[in-house]
Design a protein around this ligand. Structure first.
Ligand code: PHE
Length: 356
């Protein structure tokens, strides 16, 4: 039978000599495995004389613990050495050029919305949203466009199939129904902008069946036309980056505003291209007006106490003017060459202070 002291010296020497983790594992199996030498001695303990068993048992347990501890220590040392060896050969060359990854671009519509939101939020507006599928009431009736009103035809509305009660939902033809939702939901003061998708059955170089608008609504006790003009003049100057941008307001008509106006900005077409700023020409940029008292009333707001202004403009049109994009349809063609040309680098987040 193995002598525990001799066996310990022999095993500890073998553990010390194990050159790698595989060799160490072989020593462990040889000593402590199911048919290992220490395991064999422990199994044989049953045959020892009862008076010997206790003492020998203790000695074997001590042997087993000493060998297991030595294996653990050696294992940690071998693992450290293996790691050091890897670190020595696997260095990273930080001077190598980066792999050519294709960098994405922000679509001009997203960029334009972000820019507009940045300008209006700085003025104290918050962003509101509404669904694309609207009730006839929110899209038309509450906005003072009754069923027989000619404006309904002008909107080239997409209707959903008629319901059993004869009513029809619509794809919203403008962002104005969100004015209604907001005024029904909250009491004045109200100061919101509403960027979002809108839908009209129309398709050519300047019209698409799906396009984007941004709506603005301000309602308070003393809101007047001077606020409307100041707000929109400041907005256009900031958006187009022209401090003394010439502007003019022409009388117009919308069923939901009274008085109504269209706002033009100065431009010149000299030299073939279009330049926004001082010049001989004017470009229509948005529709606006004082919220019609009937619209306030339809939303449960007392027109004797409150008044407001509203405006709406096409986002694609504004982006086309600002960034010189000639055809509206290209916005939706998902042509990566177009996006690379007209898109924006993701890390340039628009801020008014940063000059957008
Ligand atoms: N909703 C109008 C349109 O789509 C724009 C507008 C909004 C005009 C708010 C006045 C006030 O043409």
């Amino acid at each position: 039978m193995d002598n525990p002291d001799q066996l310990r010296d022999q095993l500890l020497a073998e553990i010390g000599d194990a050159a790698d983790l595989d060799a160490l594992e072989r020593v462990r199996v040889e000593a402590l495995g199911r048919s290992g030498r220490i395991t064999g001695l422990m199994k044989a303990l049953g045959q020892a004389a009862p008076e010997e068993r206790r003492e020998r048992g203790q000695a074997l347990n001590a042997l087993k613990d000493a060998v297991a501890a030595a294996i653990e220590t050696r294992k940690a040392a071998l693992e450290d050495a293996a790691l050091d060896a890897r670190l020595a050969v696997e260095s990273v060359d930080v001077t190598l050029p980066v792999r050519p990854e294709a960098e994405g671009r922000i679509h001009p519509i997203s960029q334009t919305i972000d820019e507009m939101v940045a300008i209006f939020c700085e003025m104290g507006f918050s962003v509101a949203e509404g669904p694309h599928i609207e009730t006839d009431f929110n899209n038309f009736t509450a906005l003072n466009i009754p069923p027989e009103h000619p404006a309904r035809q002008e909107h080239d509305t997409f209707y959903l199939p008629e319901k059993e009660d004869g009513s029809r939902l619509v794809l919203r033809t403008h962002t104005s129904p969100v004015q209604i939702r907001t005024m029904i939901d909250m009491a004045p003061p109200i100061r919101i902008i509403v960027p979002g998708r809108t839908f009209r059955a129309d398709y050519d170089a300047t019209h698409s069946p799906m396009f984007h608008q941004i709506e603005g609504l301000v309602v308070d006790e003393t809101t007047h036309m001077g606020h409307l003009k100041g707000c929109l003049i400041d907005f256009c100057a900031a958006f187009f980056g022209v401090d003394d941008l010439p502007t003019r307001f022409r009388p117009s008509f919308f069923p939901f505003t009274e008085p109504s106006a269209e706002m033009d900005i100065g431009c010149t077409r000299e030299g073939g291209g279009l330049t926004i700023g001082a010049g001989a020409d004017w470009l229509e940029i948005l529709g606006c007006g004082m919220v019609h008292p009937k619209v306030l009333e339809n939303c449960g707001i007392d027109p004797a106490r409150y008044q407001g202004f509203a405006f709406g403009l096409g986002i694609e049109r504004a982006a086309m003017l600002k960034y010189g994009i000639p055809d509206l349809r290209t916005f939706y063609e998902s042509d990566l060459r177009w996006l690379k040309h007209y898109g924006f680098v993701p890390l340039d987040v628009p801020t008014v202070a940063g000059g957008l």
